[in-house]
Ligand binder design. Structure first.
Ligand code: CP
Ligand code: NVA
Length: 305
């Protein structure tokens, strides 16, 4: 049994296998109706419980559709309408859901809750985002960059803004797949030092957005205020110099691509000209969440890698 808790838990070989499976399965479905199961329906009869303690559009719909296309089904459970919302423990929930379902996806705040779910579940557990990381998103991002014709080893990825959960997973991906990540973050909003240290020199932090973007292949940003954080004017002011606009993009390689996990705030972390411009890959990136989830699920059940 495999849990998909962070990219490192799959390892470089696991991530490579997941990416290849996603690319193959996506190609094999060309022209099929979105609701029709894949020809091999490889998870027929399987059910995924998706537990959301935070909002979601992409993760929620892509996991549900992923299970339908794999021939199975998903139950989307908002914590607030389950007994979790009334104080039933994660440990008890894990044991109960394991009796009904074949896998559990969790979106929560504290990574300790994901650990607790994993410890007590007897089925695979998938990290659908915590305050610390967002590994499923980065599998979709890697797919999107590969589809843009860029081999991952040796690339330079530039991150602008908040040193958050999405950045943590990009840094982890860089260390596993052999690309560099330069994160431009204002003082006080750096990523976790342990995450940078674990990348073994592949990840660096700068205060200078131009230095981060210079000659970069991939430019990434995210909301300045993540779910669960207070909307603080002080934070928005600190982030302002890190907005991705055309002037900043001009320092990247001419064929650089722009990524954003969404939801976006046009006029804050990115200008409309960039996010809706020719270098932006946000729509294929969002669609790739579906293809990524399918491969992650298949990996959890030992059908990949
Ligand atoms: N990118 C992402 O995880 O989107 P949702 O919050 O809509 O799931
Ligand atoms: N950093 C964002 C990502 C949303 C998909 C958040 O945690 O809210």
């Amino acid at each position: 049994m495999r849990h998909f808790l962070d990219l490192a838990s799959a390892g470089a070989d696991g991530i490579a296998a997941i990416l290849n499976d996603a690319l193959d399965a996506k190609a094999a479905r060309k022209g099929w109706p979105k609701g029709r199961a894949d020809a091999d329906a490889s998870l027929a009869g399987h059910t995924l419980a998706c537990v959301f303690e935070k909002s979601s559009t992409r993760t929620r719909v892509s996991f549900d559709m992923a299970m339908r296309q794999l021939g199975g089904s998903a139950l989307v459970l908002d914590a607030g309408t389950t007994q979790l919302g009334r104080g039933e423990t994660v440990a008890d929930t894990a044991r109960v859901l394991s009796g009904y379902c074949d896998a559990i996806m969790v979106r929560t705040d504290d990574p300790a809750k994901l650990d607790e779910m994993t410890r007590y579940a007897s089925v695979p557990v998938i990290n659908g985002l915590t305050d610390h990381s967002h590994p499923c998103q980065i599998v979709a991002d890697l797919l999107t960059v590969i589809e843009a014709g860029k081999a991952l080893p040796g690339l330079k990825w530039a991150w602008l803004g908040d040193g958050n959960n999405v950045l943590h997973s990009i840094v982890e991906a860089g260390a596993l797949m052999g690309f560099d990540v330069v994160a431009a973050c204002p003082e006080g909003y750096d990523p976790a030092p342990a995450v940078i240290e674990a990348a073994g020199g592949r990840a660096t932090i700068t205060r200078d957005p131009v230095a981060a973007v210079r000659d970069a292949d991939v430019i990434v940003t995210d909301t300045w205020i993540s779910m669960g954080q207070a909307h603080a004017e002080q934070k928005l002011a600190a982030m302002a110099p890190y907005q991705v606009d055309d002037a900043l993009m001009a320092h990247a390689k001419p064929d650089a691509v722009f990524l954003h996990c969404l939801p976006a705030h046009r006029g804050e972390e990115v200008t409309p000209e960039v996010i809706d411009g020719p270098q932006s890959l946000i729509w294929p990136e969002a669609e790739n969440r579906l293809h990524a989830q399918k491969a992650i699920l298949r990996w959890c059940f030992g059908l990949v890698g």
